[in-house]
Ligand binder design. Structure first.
Ligand code: BDR
Ligand code: CA
Length: 320
């Protein structure tokens, strides 16, 4: 059983990932920590509370960061991807539940301290909450079981950035925070565009969930309409990449992924802001930026059919 803290900027694919965690028999969800990203912090936090209430999710919700710790690429929020309400503009009731009193970063520290070496952190938004938690508790890395990040892009499988030619949204939204997380000494797995753009959900997949996953499938089907429309403008197909749920798939079954081990640094300024750069461990560079840095596991290959099958199988448990 995995004890999971889910750090998320709840938009459409984050909500899908949350339901993947919620219905997985192998996960004990300890907390949902919100962050700005797909929408502003008020909206993503409201969405976390909405999901908790609508699906009876037993984990407390903590309000996380409203802005990055450093310079970010761009400004505003991608309402053209996730809708104004972050959930594809489907109708949702205002939640009656409230967030806990601790901040997102404080909650991460508290939960990890109470469960030393047991917590898996799945981070699928900007890495701001984790960077703030590291500031609050520099010993945190030694107490965390693993960190699984959806973010970044390393040029494998012909894929590149989605918010610039070299940057992925979660990293470009707070590059300084990401650099801190990737250079801290804890087991980090990076599930980036190299594999999430290899895992494509077509409309038939959403039709299947609607038939087999009850209320969860119906919610996913409705909220995904907006997301599919956006991606259709980009690729021409009625389909979308599976971003945040890929981090959950890695958590549940890392054997679905091929990885490489390397030190990763993030570009924090200039035209390549948000770029994630992995160093060849055998190379001897003039630059010291990667030298003696901790390494990360970077996903470079995926059995995408099995990832989609695991998602559908897990969501089917929603009706049992
Ligand atoms: C990431 O950015 C957000 O839009 C998604 O929720 C995902 O976490 C993909 O680049
Ligand atoms: Ca996200």
């Amino acid at each position: 059983m995995k004890k999971v803290v889910f750090d998320t900027d709840i938009g459409i694919d984050d909500a899908m990932a949350l339901l993947f965690l919620h219905y997985s028999p192998d996960v004990e969800l300890q907390a949902i920590v919100s962050g700005f990203g797909n929408a502003d912090i008020a909206t993503t936090t409201r969405n976390a509370l909405y999901m908790k209430e609508y699906f009876g999710i037993d984990a407390p919700v903590y309000c996380g960061a409203a802005e990055p710790v450093g310079k970010r690429l761009g400004s505003g929020y991608p309402d053209f991807v996730h809708g104004h309400n972050g959930l594809g503009d489907i109708e949702i009731d205002e939640p009656t539940m409230e967030t806990e009193t601790l901040s997102g970063a404080e909650a991460i520290v508290e939960i990890v301290k109470n469960n030393p070496h047991e917590i898996s952190i799945v981070a699928v938004g900007r890495l701001t909450n984790l960077a703030l938690a590291l500031d609050l508790c520099p010993e945190l890395p030694g107490m965390v079981k693993e960190v699984v990040v959806m973010g970044g892009t390393f040029g494998h499988n012909g894929h590149s950035g989605n918010v610039s030619p070299v940057a992925e949204a979660n990293i470009a939204g707070d590059p300084q925070a990401a650099d801190k997380v990737f250079t801290s000494n804890w087991p980090v797995a990076i599930v980036g565009i190299d594999v999430t753009h290899e895992t494509i959900a077509r409309d038939e997949f959403f039709e299947l969930l609607k038939k087999t996953a009850g209320k969860a499938g119906d919610f996913i089907y409705r909220s995904s309409r907006f997301y599919l429309d956006f991606h259709e403008q980009v690729t021409g197909g009625n389909e979308c990449p599976v971003h945040d749920s890929s981090a959950v798939a890695y958590l549940l079954d890392p054997s679905l992924y091929e990885t490489k081990t390397a030190a990763v640094r993030v570009v924090t300024d200039g035209i390549a802001i948000g770029q994630t750069i992995a160093a060849d461990p055998n190379a001897d560079f003039e630059s010291n930026a990667w030298k003696d840095q901790p390494t990360c596991q970077i996903c470079i290959g995926v059995d995408s059919e099995k990832v989609l099958a695991l998602y559908a199988k897990t969501l089917a448990l929603a009706v049992q």
